[in-house]
Design a protein around this ligand. Sequence first.
Ligand code: ZN
Length: 375
Amino acid sequence: MRNKQIERQILDRYTPIKITDYAIKKANVISKRMCELAGESLEVSFCLLDDDPSAEDMLIGDVYISQDQRVTPAYCDVSGSGGIRSMRDIKYNLKKRIVGWGHSHANFDVFYSGTDDATILNRASKWKVKKEVDCLESILEDVGVLEENGSRVLRLDLEGRSVVLKMDMFRDHSDEYNLRGLDVLGSKKRDVGVFYGMTFNALGADPYCVLAYTSEDGGFFVKGVEHKVVENSEREVDVKEVDRQLKERVINLREIYEKESRIFERYKELQSGCEEDMIALMSGGDLDSLNELVDKIDEMSSIYRSDGDFGSEMTEMRIKLAEKLEGSLERIRTVNLELEDESLTEKVKNRLFSRGVDSKIGNLLQYVEGVKDGR
Ligand SMILES: [Zn+2]
């Protein structure tokens, strides 16, 4: 059963939830970039951090993308080892303290689902911030009515001080009658744990906030509490670093980007192969070199079309290659024509100028034109 006294004190002291403008911005950037990088609406889980691990007050000053998580449009699941690694990194490297669990609802509304209710209780039981509250409780049950110097008394030991209450108001009445309505309250320190929950989304909505706490009575939470933004710095969110961490820590994204980086490596390999083929062709070369060059260009074009966006680096590579090809194509023709006129043996002459040479040079020209048009 929840103890209203304890809950009231925790709410009074630890809400509204205080969070810096930087932490809010970062949580919004993480939620948004998660969807943008994945190209779909996906949740993401993070820890809410206090920059000062020993402060009495609680202030969310930073946000940490949880390690080793797998996410779906409606769920984010941090593995056991991911949770431990995150906690260690936060404690020993960043020297900060986890004070809450945050997650994004991607392109959906912020609220707390049944799953979220269970998750916040679980996280609170593990990562709660230990605090103490004063609790007034009845201590009358522990003492009985005594006979002292001819009077009926209650003798109470209140934190080392002996207090005597005389029970002589209604001598003719029973002890029960005299005790009726008398409630002797003593103050007692109680250990509690406090933990925050916040739901964000990729649309930049105001976060939905929850205060969770633990006491000897169990774990509880209060939904829909207020938050207060503390403006404390001009600090900007490092979006590149957020992207890097998302690609490293979210398993789904890591898989996509590992595949993409393999394809990108292949693209780079093809590009340098093209450059070698061009050099070979310009110094004479033969139809085999031309064939190889065309094959490489074809593969590069198909990678570019089907696996799309590898950012500006690949676009730059394409433009550079197209420029080189453009300069080289004329030379490839000229050199080969010169060879035809002068020293080329019949055999090489036949290979170079057998059907296909012009159409292959045509393919390369098409590639150059395509890059110029931004295709
Ligand atoms: Zn949720």
